[in-house]
Design a protein around this ligand. Structure first.
Ligand code: 13P
Length: 250
């Protein structure tokens, strides 16, 4: 059984003060939820206050990026060790916005995944095709390259805890969600690839769907057998909406 994991990717939203307001609002709303894993991923500047305020609660904190070196002359970068010390459990790696705007590649994604594990963080690795790639019938090729290159050097014993987020680029922030069947087909493909890399451990890997997940479509998406959670942008920024997403099964 894979425990569903619902994660809010805040992207470039919420100052530390806004984070305090959100966390104080969401804590009582989600108190007692133990059948779903709950994660919020604020910007670096809000992580300290988020981990402090969620200590000993059922809400975990993730970062949105990291750098693969532990320390050194890398102006502007943050290491996995730094995030771990702040109380992070997760880190999003290779989001399509980072690939598109900040030059991330499958090679940098791979280095980041390995360094996240080395720091004791669980990576949430994002993959997904663009509209153009889908139209050209290249979904399988694109996802397969992202998974094979991105996950190089991983082995089941050490790294079976990895989380994959399938986020079709055309569905992010557009209101255009993949249908539950489209999403599940991609998730099945990902699990097949993971089985080649990790063997039996692939059955335990949680694969999230991301891209315009909202309270009114979350239930049918999560009802699919290979969809094990969601990575949510816009709809995770308001407490009442995030509560509904986390409680999708009720
Ligand atoms: P939206 O939910 O706003 O479409 O964003 C999805 C996403 O990119 C989560 O990482």
């Amino acid at each position: 059984m894979r425990k569903p994991i619902m994660a809010g990717n805040w992207k470039l939203n919420k100052t530390p003060n806004e984070t305090i307001v959100f966390v104080e609002e969401i804590k009582p709303l989600l108190a007692g939820v133990d059948d779903v894993e709950i994660v919020i991923c604020p910007p670096f500047t809000s992580i300290n206050v988020a981990t402090y305020l969620t200590k000993n609660t059922n809400i975990k904190v993730g970062a949105q990026n990291l750098y693969w070196e532990k320390s050194g002359a890398f102006t502007g970068e943050v290491s996995g060790e730094m995030l771990k010390e702040l109380g992070c459990d997760y880190v999003i790696i290779g989001h399509s916005e980072r690939r598109q705007y900040f030059g991330e590649t499958d090679r940098t994604v791979n280095k980041k995944i390995l360094s996240a594990f080395a720091a004791g963080l669980i990576p949430i690795v994002c993959v997904g095709e663009t509209l153009q790639e889908r139209a050209a019938g290249r979904i399988e090729q694109v996802i397969s390259t992202q998974i094979r290159e991105g996950l190089k050097g991983l082995n089941a014993r050490e790294h079976g805890k990895i989380i994959i987020a399938y986020e079709p680029v055309w569905a992010i922030g557009t209101g255009q969600t993949a249908t539950p069947e489209q999403a599940n087909a991609a998730h099945m493909l990902i699990r097949k690839l993971l089985t080649e890399i990790l063997g039996e451990a692939a059955q335990a890997v949680r694969i999230q769907y991301g891209g315009s997940v909202k309270p009114d479509n979350v239930k049918e998406l999560l009802a699919q057998p290979d969809i094990d959670g969601a990575l949510i942008g816009g709809a995770a920024l308001k407490a009442d909406s995030f509560e509904k997403l986390v409680k999708f099964g009720r």
